[in-house]
Write a protein that binds this ligand. Structure first.
Ligand code: NDP
Length: 572
């Protein structure tokens, strides 16, 4: 592993400025690679949070009244600006986060890809939809997607652009105004995003950025937005949900992960090692869906380890502000991560793990580290690391791998490696996660219409795709018609004394067999025959004929009705 550390590291460290201390007036921008301060932003006070909440509530009806096409037109201006300013944007992210300009650009690409996709599809996804009105055939039913009002978006520091701008855009496209709280750790990117919005006069009045630490996030929650969208750790998710419960504010959470990767005996081992190592160490492992544990079937374990070792040792660590550089792994962004990584590493070593490669730290740089002889008693296999540690565990077979992969409180993503795609899918279907990537790692996040999100303690809700956009709306239902007809089913059921007829309707329309469905017709005719006989009619033959004809007619009518209803359902 090549270390390229030409660093003059000062005492400044990110993200610990506010913890436990009195609220300062400003947040410094600190480059995690050098420790240098390169600017600051004023911290939003609690009073300003309240004021911003009121302002956004006042603006919500104005923005919400714009047509979706008009909102798209305005949001396209943001897309244009992001592309025009890409070099300046990657410059800030590089200094703020420590990631390379190219990695920052990848984040920007995913951001504009999502905006582009949503702008194309929003008019269709958000349009009014007719709903079949069931037995109430004289009424017309439809649904509309209405905005919640004011949406709070709270974001993390690891991908400070793509985890703030797209949810803000989704909320806006859905017709909401937004209060956005970027992370204090990447405050420069937060301030830069705010200034981009400020440059768009048609958009700026409908979004407010709140700068500060978790206390500003807590103040935002306390300000009772109509919906909260949080991307962050499971612990913060719990805190926010608890606080939001007070006001019954709905919360969408995209939280932490401990993503497993499974390598089966028929996998392309070279590819698995290459992309597994990439998935573990990209962004210094500070990715929610990073490969955080690998399970390799024993027959290919040694080959995989050897290949993973070679791939890891090829990685080049370092920091550069240049657009072109060949570094793979930069510094950690957040000081807090060092303690977590070192604690997990020590715990694993104490319990018998071995370091295959890496293990050293210099200031904010932690070497990409492969651990072997690991098991599920170790924190590194159970708790989110969010750093460049890759524990690799040998398993007996496929079933053993599935069982261990599911032995986690998290359920964000997973990766399965096999040349047999059917087999890999069968394994994937048994994994308790929100997404599975077969024969690759992390790339699924970049598919803009593929829902992304977790189960278990990894979150509630989904980003990306139609589901993402629609979760920023409330579904409102409408039924339209003239006052009830006397022969409308709803009228029949509401009129007292109609028990028998109501029972017949239930059998006829919802019976599970032809016999059950036609029972009302048979009963009706039987009654009529009995009445005729009692009245001394000459022969029930005429009624037997009528019975046959009526049954056939009823069957045909029912079949046609159900076919039409099904057709109608398919087209809506
Ligand atoms: P945190 O949970 O520490 O913070 C997330 C955001 O919440 C930050 O803006 C933070 O402010 C804010 N916050 C902190 N405390 C509160 C509070 N009491 N009320 C309201 N807001 C609060 O997460 P990190 O920023 O450390 O991000 C890393 C975590 O995010 C990892 O667990 C990672 O897995 C997860 N993540 C999940 C993703 C997903 O899509 N599932 C994607 C990316 C990351 P501040 O930072 O200023 O203190």
């Amino acid at each position: 592993m090549e270390m390229n550390l030409d660093i003059n590291f000062s005492v400044q460290q990110k993200g610990l400025i506010l913890n436990g201390a009195a609220r300062p007036a400003s947040l410094p921008f600190i480059n995690p690679a050098t420790g240098e301060q390169f600017g600051s932003v004023r911290v939003t006070t609690e009073t300003e949070v309240q004021l911003a909440r009121r302002e956004m509530a006042a603006q919500a009806p104005i923005w919400g009244a714009k047509s979706v096409r008009e909102r798209v037109r305005i949001i396209r201006q943001l897309q244009t600006l992001l592309i025009d300013e890409m070099d300046a944007i990657t410059g800030v992210m590089n200094k703020d986060n420590g990631k390379s300009r190219q990695d920052a650009l990848t984040e920007l690409m995913m951001t504009v890809n999502l905006i582009d996709e949503y702008c194309r599809r929003a008019p269709r996804w958000l349009r009014r939809r007719p709903i079949p009105s069931g037995l109430q055939i004289f009424k017309r039913a439809y649904i509309e997607q209405k905005p919640h009002g004011v949406v709070g978006v709270i974001g993390p520091w690891n991908y400070p652009l793509v985890l703030i701008i797209p949810p803000v855009v989704s909320a806006l496209l859905a017709g909401n105004t937004v209060l956005a709280k970027p992370s204090e750790v990447t405050a420069a990117t937060g301030a830069m995003i705010a200034s981009l919005f400020q440059r768009l006069p048609e958009l700026a009045p409908f979004v407010r950025f709140l700068h500060g630490d978790g206390r500003v996030g807590a103040a935002l929650t306390a300000a009772k937005p109509n919906l909260l969208f949080l991307t962050g750790s499971t612990k913060t998710g719990q805190l926010v949900m608890r606080a939001a419960a007070e006001s019954m504010t709905p919360v969408i959470c995209e939280l932490g992960g401990k993503d497993p990767m499974i390598v089966l005996e028929d996998a392309d081992i070279a590819a698995a090692a290459r992309w597994g190592v990439w998935g573990a160490f990209y962004n210094s492992g500070q990715t929610c869906m990073a490969v955080e544990r690998v399970y390799v079937v024993k027959s290919v374990y040694d080959r995989f380890l050897q290949a993973a070792l070679v791939e890891t040792q090829k990685l080049r660590m370092g920091y550069s502000e240049a657009l072109f550089n060949l570094n793979d792994v930069g510094p950690l962004t957040f000081q807090r991560q060092i303690r977590i990584i070192e604690d997990q590493l020590q715990d694993a070593l104490d319990k018998g793990a071995r370091i295959l490669t890496g293990g050293k730290r210099q200031e904010m740089y932690v070497e990409p580290t492969i651990l072997v002889d690991v098991d599920h008693t170790m924190q590194v296999m159970r708790e989110e690391t969010f750093g460049p540690l890759l524990p690799v565990m040998v398993v007996d077979d496929q079933q053993h791998a599935i069982q261990l992969a599911n032995d986690s409180r998290f359920g964000l993503s997973a990766s399965v490696w096999s040349r047999d795609l059917d087999r890999a899918q069968r394994v994937a279907h048994q994994l308790e996660v929100g997404s599975v990537n077969i024969n690759d790692t992390m790339s699924h996040f970049a598919i803009p219409r593929l829902p992304f999100g977790g189960i278990k303690e990894s979150g509630i809700g989904r980003t990306h795709g139609k589901k993402d956009l629609l979760q920023f709306t409330q579904t409102r239902a409408y039924v339209v018609g003239n006052p009830p007809h006397s022969f409308d089913v709803a009228t029949v059921l509401r009129r007292p004394g109609n028990y028998k007829l109501s029972a017949a309707i239930i059998r006829f329309f919802f019976g599970t067999s032809l016999r059950q469905r036609l029972q009302p017709v048979r009963e009706l005719l039987r009654e009529r025959v009995q009445r005729e006989e009692t009245a001394g009619a000459p022969s029930p033959r005429r009624w037997i004929t009528v019975t046959g004809v009526a049954t056939a007619a009823a069957t045909t009518a029912l079949t046609l009705f159900l076919a039409a209803a099904r057709r109608r359902e398919k087209t809506t």
